[in-house]
Each structure stands twice: as C-alpha cells, then as structure tokens.
Design a protein around this ligand. Structure first.
Ligand code: COA
Length: 157
C-alpha cells in the first residue's frame, strides 16, 4: 500500500501528470466540456499550489517508490448565506493512476481528507461526479456519499 501523506510543492509536477490522466478519463465521457484549455497544465499547477498553501485546504497524495500514484484535493467551501449549514468539506479532484486502481488507494486518500474535514469541524462532505463515469459512480456511494442535487447542462446554439 502506498504512503498517504500531505502533498508538497515538490510533488506538483507529478500531481499534474495524474491530473492529465484524470482529464483523459473525463474527456472520454464528455469531450467538449472536459477539454482542457491550452494553459490548463499551468493553471492547474497554480491552483494546486494555492490548495497546498491555503488555510482549510488540502492536497493529499499516495506515494509508492517515490512516485505519486494518486491524489485528492479538497477544502472548506461555502453554501448560500441563508442556510444554517454554510461550510462544508468539498472534494474537488480525485485520481489514481491506472496501474494502481482497485487496490484501496482512493479509499485511503478520501479517508485522510475526511479526517481533515472533521478536524476543521465541517459537518458534511460534498463531491460532484458524473453518473456516466462508471468508476466514480461505483466509488462514491461505497464511501457513503448519497446523491443530493443533480447538475444539468443544455447546449445552446
Ligand atoms: C475513481 C478512482 C479514483 C477510484 O480509485 P481506486 O483507487 O481504484 O479506488 P479503490 O480501490 O479505493 O476503490 C474502493 C471501492 O470503490 C469501488 N470501485 C472503485 N473503482 C471501481 C470500478 N472501476 N468499478 C467498480 N467499483 C469500483 C469498489 O467498491 C472498491 O472496492 P473493492 O475494490 O474492494 O471492490 C479511479 O478509478 C480513477 O482515478 N478514475 C479516473 C478518474 C475519476 O473518475 N476520478 C473521480 C472523479 S469524481
């Protein structure tokens, strides 16, 4: 089993490679809405660095033999101001490199992230995933996440 630890700035290049794999998996589902912008890698790297450095924000990685084989990004996010429950723990990205899948790596990553949410006293965790993504659609319910809202798109001419 890989080591699960907090991501560091030195990991950024490898995490971006995992993100490229994540994007490839998503592009198969919906090429138009998931096509990365030409500046995508650099922009994502900056986003990751801010998540590593920021308060109530986390990048957790799985490391095996010096390689980052999976990662999860999350942080505290705000719901609308008229709700009593305003702050929730949001899971933004999760990816495990294909050779390491189905070995419990994502489960261990999410477990570590949810422990951080608990330490930050966030009462709920939230994730968005495509119901058309068979990996995500199998994984998240197994972690105890139940559908609540559906995000819908309509192409406009
Ligand atoms: C989704 C993903 C992160 C899961 O990572 P993983 O390390 O393989 O997941 P785990 O091994 O921790 O799986 C835990 C459980 O989730 C379920 N599960 C995970 N992947 C599954 C799959 N492809 N098919 C069916 N069930 C699956 C199983 O119940 C599994 O337990 P089991 O192996 O004991 O049966 C990985 O497939 C991935 O990176 N996919 C591409 C990117 C992606 O879809 N990310 C999620 C976006 S929200």
């Amino acid at each position: 089993m890989p080591t699960i630890r907090d991501g560091r700035r030195a990991d950024l290049d490898q995490i971006v490679e995992r993100w490229v794999e994540l994007m490839a998996a998503h592009a198969e589902l919906h090429p138009e809405l998931y096509r990365p912008a030409s500046h995508g890698r650099g922009t994502y790297r900056t986003y990751l660095r801010e998540r590593i450095d920021g308060p109530q924000s986390a990048v957790v990685v799985a490391e095996a033999d010096g390689q980052i084989v999976g990662y999860v990004v999350g942080g505290a996010g705000l719901r609308a101001p008229f709700f009593e429950v305003r702050e929730v723990g949001m899971v933004y990205d999760l990816g495990v490199t294909p050779l390491w899948r189905r070995r419990g790596v994502a489960r261990a990553l999410v477990c570590a992230l949810l422990d951080k949410f608990r330490a930050w006293e966030l009462p709920h965790a939230q994730v968005s995933y495509s119901p058309d993504n068979p990996m995500a659609a199998a994984f998240w319910p197994e972690q105890g996440f139940a559908p609540f809202l559906m995000e819908a798109y309509k192409p406009l001419d």
